[in-house]
Design a protein around this ligand. Structure first.
Ligand SMILES: [Ca+2]
Ligand SMILES: [Ca+2]
Length: 406
């Protein structure tokens, strides 16, 4: 077996200075709930998401603090050990035998410790590391080592969560999604597009060559085929035995869970279109990252557009003025808001369908683009924490995070 190695960098995305103390939830905030840094990641590479959860933030200093590792075992977690880390300097490396959890621990001045804990057979080993001297005035070698391991280009976000100190529960699939901060008020009358869920034609997929074949019941003339290629997937579509979409890269990375496919006529030409989804996994809110492929009818052929969004669900397909739209979701941070503090925001854009393509269509509803503060309680209002100029920047960022034609 060929060793497969990749390092994913995990960093906290929340703005710690503003949230470690104070009143993150406004007047509803009470002190009997503790805030924890939480990384949700498959630490032991067994296909189940695990938790690395901090001790109370009040015990944290500049170098970081203690974290406990909980490995998912079926419907519960087993404590696998403890490590010391800074929530912004944790990286995870898997090879075929074991995992390494890399940490950088800042000391005084430029001095710090870089090293890892081996995770093997569900046991977390001791810290093994070296003293390095990075930063301004640090050595070239130390800087290169730190940059290589804590490569910010591969950042995966963690979350700051409220806990009552209890042993962690196994999270539910929809936990952490944007439903409590959606673009529409809870009682808003919004029509949804009905999408028909498709079952793969065969569940006997060969594990070494995974593929999914989807057909619409009663429509034997066309079929949609997804084939695993390396880490990613290609999609192809045939109509009456003819190729209507040649094999095209849909998602360039692996899938956590299963690929799903649904149909609806989104571009209203009388021919069913397809929506396919591949969740990327990752920790915390990153687990909501999902590639959504729109396979849209266009004359005799079909065209694929993939977008990356967060926690897509039925609620993201809406009818506005009788026309179908998709609500695209991103989560972005702003360091200095109107209250002088850093906050995170859900940014929503409307996408419309025209023939085989997808377009930004925020003009379809005056509420879009919508920017909602990700606070600690349900909220569906346009934020007042940002200036128009800040919102314009966020909006630009939200659309640059979309992965269009692969
Ligand atoms: Ca695991
Ligand atoms: Ca169509």
């Amino acid at each position: 077996m060929k060793p497969r190695t990749h390092i994913t960098i995990i960093c906290a995305f929340v703005f710690l200075a503003g949230t470690l103390t104070g009143t993150p939830g406004g007047e509803d905030w009470t002190d009997n709930v503790s805030m924890r840094h939480q990384f949700v990641e498959d630490f032991d590479h067994d296909g189940d998401l695990d938790l690395l959860r901090s001790q109370p933030v009040s015990s944290f200093g500049n170098a970081g603090g203690g974290f406990k590792l909980y490995l998912r075992e079926g419907d519960h977690y087993e404590e696998a050990g403890m490590l010391f880390a800074h929530p912004k300097a944790v990286a995870l490396e898997h090879d075929w035998r074991q995992s390494r959890i890399w940490v950088y621990l800042r000391g005084g001045g430029n001095v710090g410790k870089l090293g890892y804990h081996v995770l093997r057979d569900e046991v977390l080993g001791e810290f093994q590391g070296i003293e390095i001297n990075p930063g301004d005035g640090g050595t070239e070698l130390s800087n290169a080592l730190l940059d290589t391991i804590m490569d910010s280009a591969s950042t995966i976000h963690s979350t700051l969560v409220q806990t009552d100190g209890a042993f962690p529960r196994v999270p539910q699939a929809d936990e952490g999604n944007d439903a409590h901060h959606g673009p529409f008020a809870v009682d808003a009358q919004v029509s949804r597009v009905h999408l028909r869920q498709l079952e793969p034609a065969s569940d006997e997929a060969d594990a070494s060559h995974p593929q999914y074949l989807f057909t619409v019941p009663g429509q034997t003339d066309r079929s949609l085929l997804l084939i695993r290629r390396g880490e990613g997937w290609t999609v192809e579509l045939t109509v009456n035995g003819e190729t209507a979409l040649k094999p095209t890269l849909f998602s360039s990375y692996g899938t956590v869970g299963v690929i799903t496919a649904r149909t609806a006529d989104l571009n209203k030409d009388g021919v069913e279109d397809y929506v396919i989804e591949s969740y990327s996994g990752g920790c915390g809110l990153a687990s909501g990252h999902c590639n959504v492929g729109f396979v849209l009818s266009s004359g005799e052929a079909y065209e694929l557009t993939t977008v990356t969004t967060l926690f897509p669900d039925e609620g993201d397909f809406v009818l506005l003025g009788g026309e179908p739209y998709f609500i695209h979701t991103t989560l972005l941070g702003v360091e200095a808001c109107e209250d002088g503090r850093g906050h995170n925001f859900w940014v929503y854009n409307l996408f419309g369908f025209e023939n085989g393509s997808i377009q930004v269509a925020n003009t379809a509803d005056p509420a879009f683009p919508k920017t909602v503060w990700y606070s600690f309680r349900p909220n569906h209002s346009e934020t007042t924490l940002l200036t128009d100029a800040q919102k314009a920047i966020l909006w630009q960022q939200s659309l640059s995070a979309v992965y269009w034609k692969p």
